[in-house]
Design a protein around this ligand. Structure first.
Ligand SMILES: NC(=O)C1=CN([C@@H]2O[C@H](COP(=O)(O)OP(=O)(O)OC[C@H]3O[C@@H](n4cnc5c(N)ncnc54)[C@H](OP(=O)(O)O)[C@@H]3O)[C@@H](O)[C@H]2O)C=CC1
Ligand SMILES: O=C(CO)COP(=O)(O)O
Length: 323
């Protein structure tokens, strides 16, 4: 059993494992693919995701194994099958993933409780405006670790905190998880708007009115309002709605160019979680009559191939209301 295993050798899993290894923790980065494990051992480079970054010599690589602390950086769509397939067991879990399971509406915590048999006292989430590449380059970054277990949150805060990675704690792990998922839909919306050259006024309006939709949806899940103002809320929304390293924003930019979802997924280096999240949130908002006009239009552009200009017209011509 390893002390710390990071599951998922994508960009974020690799960057986080490397941060901890540089801090001299005994960390194993676990990839599904044995060939990738061998390549990582030989080169100490994850060429697919973090090209020029030389990984710490302290970092070890393996296929998924049991761990005292399991750090999960697997896209939410694959998380349940991944844990079951590798029969993973951990004493405590930290989630890095930002999505919602389509059928169940569960965030990563709910999936980890069911598959690992852990309680909320053994769970934490790390989230915030954190592009993997910038963390790997040691650019100044701030983040939040949230858990209902104060001791676990403090322990992880100290584990991760370093001169370029400043960590805050929170007890609202549900709010932090849902905000991490929901902001990806706004990143797609802003990508579409910017791709169509609709201007910076339009982008600011989308972010602000999108926030109102996120707040309505997120309250349904039990997140606290004040978490909206945190790094995991507004911080991550601003980053991914405006930053060109965001796969979700890029998805929107490419939709605006008229590319199909399949073409975009073939070009993207990584999984845009917003694609699945928008499906789940659209169904949820229909089921519980939550008012989500921007989210509905993102859904219509993706699923019903609606012309984005028609979506803009619908949003601009809705009945007038007070803020
Ligand atoms: N990249 C970033 O900047 C950030 C990402 N996140 C979140 O972290 C999570 C992981 O993202 P990221 O590291 O970017 O990963 P990517 O989006 O780069 O996706 C690739 C990862 O997904 C794994 N994967 C792909 N298909 C499957 C599958 N069928 N079953 C199991 N695993 C699969 C890959 O595993 P393998 O290597 O074995 O093929 C690899 O670890 C996401 O939820 C993302 O939203 C959060 C903050 C920052
Ligand atoms: O969540 C992220 C940064 O905080 C990464 O966003 P993307 O998944 O859109 O690349």
């Amino acid at each position: 059993m390893y002390e710390i295993c990071v599951y998922g050798a994508g960009s974020w899993g690799t960057a986080v494992a490397n941060l901890l290894a540089k801090k001299k923790f005994n960390v194993c980065l676990c990839a599904r693919d044995e060939k990738l494990v061998l390549r990582l051992r030989e080169t100490h480079h994850n060429n697919k995701y973090l090209k020029d970054i030389h990984l710490s010599q302290n970092l070890v690589f393996d296929t998924p194994k049991n761990a005292q602390m399991g750090i999960f950086a697997v896209p939410v769509k694959y998380l349940r099958d991944f844990i079951e397939h590798f029969s993973i067991k951990v004493d405590a879990a930290l989630s890095l993933s930002k999505g919602i399971e389509d059928e169940t509406f569960l965030p990563p915590s709910g999936i980890l409780f069911q598959t690992l048999g852990i309680t909320k006292e053994q769970f934490a989430v790390l989230s915030g405006p954190n592009f993997a590449l910038e963390v790997a380059l040691e650019l100044p970054t701030a983040s939040v670790v949230a858990s209902s277990n104060r001791n676990l949150a403090k322990k992880l805060q100290n584990m991760f905190n370093t001169h370029y990675f400043r960590v805050y704690t929170s007890s609202d792990y549900i709010g932090v998880e849902y905000l991490g998922a929901l902001k990806n839909i706004l990143a797609i919306a802003c990508g579409i708007s910017d791709g169509l050259n609709l201007g910076q006024n339009a982008r600011a309006a989308l972010i602000t009115r999108g926030l109102a939709e996120i707040l309505r949806t997120y309250k349904y899940f039990g997140g606290k309002s004040k978490t909206m103002l945190s790094l995991a809320g507004i911080g991550d929304i601003v980053l991914t709605a405006t930053g060109n390293l965001s796969r979700n924003r890029i998805l929107g930019l490419k939709l605006a160019q008229g590319l199909s979802i399949d073409e975009i997924l073939n070009q993207l280096n990584g999984v845009p979680e917003g694609l699945n999240t928008v499906m789940a949130v659209f169904r949820l908002s229909q089921k519980y009559s939550i008012e989500t006009p921007i989210i509905n239009e993102v859904y219509n552009i993706i699923v019903n191939k609606k012309d984005p200009f028609e979506s803009i017209s619908i949003l601009m011509n809705r009945p007038l209301k007070s803020e």
